[in-house]
Design a protein around this ligand. Structure first.
Ligand code: SAM
Length: 225
């Protein structure tokens, strides 16, 4: 019998956001694959999960994916977690899922925490159709990516780090114009969670006055929506 690869979402802030099923799966797996064993160690200790942990991150995934998938094909069950949220969403996961499917290993992603969905829903912009753009390319290709979104009608979601937030908002303003609506959610599910809504101009002014700190999701209203 082949094993299973479980993709297990973990809290993006509040530990209470973990699901009962996530805890069960993490306890019963043969091995937990963690992006950062130290970060996940805190979570696992908190929920008294004693399963063996092995690291799986962007620097070793290319080297070890084939071997891990073969072990699952031979019967082991593994649970992949990242530092926060859903693995595979701007986090390692895609390569392992693809390799498991190639070998006929069952893959199951548990529903659970991820930053993009609460940010989208809190924005108040249309949720029936949206595009997740993840992180913009750091330098090369950034302008091209944004240009391609100039006429996008669906709600757009971006992840961004605090030190690039103002620069990114400036670039968004150049492409979409100052009046385009944006909603910026920071520190979702944490103590200082807040969502700031307005135009690209007013929200940028807000963050010029209040230095960006923490984790951010930017949600931009689609053209003419
Ligand atoms: N796998 C995660 C998910 O499912 O959302 C995303 C991991 S990615 C490396 C980290 C980025 O996600 C952050 O830079 C930020 O854009 C976003 N993020 C994660 N947690 C967040 C939070 N609590 N509040 C706002 N944004 C968050």
């Amino acid at each position: 019998m082949a094993g299973i690869l479980y993709i297990v979402p973990t809290p993006i802030g509040n530990l209470g956001d973990i699901t009962l099923r996530a805890i069960e799966v993490l306890k019963s797996a043969d091995t937990i694959l963690a992006e950062d064993t130290r970060t996940s160690g805190k979570l696992l200790r908190h929920f008294e999960i004693t399963t063996a942990v092995r690291s799986y991150h962007m620097h070793n995934e290319h080297r070890i994916t084939t071997d891990l998938a073969a072990r699952m094909e031979a019967g082991e069950t593994m649970a992949l977690i990242s530092d926060a949220g859903t693995p595979g969403i701007s986090d390692p996961g895609f390569l392992l899922v693809r390799e498991c499917l190639r070998l006929g290993v069952r893959v199951e992603c548990l529903p659970g925490p991820t930053a993009l969905i609460p940010a989208l829903v809190e924005s108040g912009f249309p949720t029936d159709r949206f595009v997740f753009e993840g992180f913009l390319p750091p330098k090369k290709g950034r302008q091209k990516r944004l240009q391609a979104l100039r006429e996008e009608q669906r709600t757009m979601i971006f992840y961004e780090s605090p030190h690039k937030l103002l620069k990114t908002m400036e670039q968004l303003q150049e492409i979409f114009g100052s009046d385009r609506q944006i909603s910026v959610s920071r520190e979702l599910s944490k103590l200082y969670a807040e969502t700031i809504r307005g135009t690209l101009l007013t929200v940028k002014e807000h963050f010029e006055k209040h230095a960006p700190k923490g984790e951010f999701v930017l949600v931009v209203r689609g053209a003419g929506s």
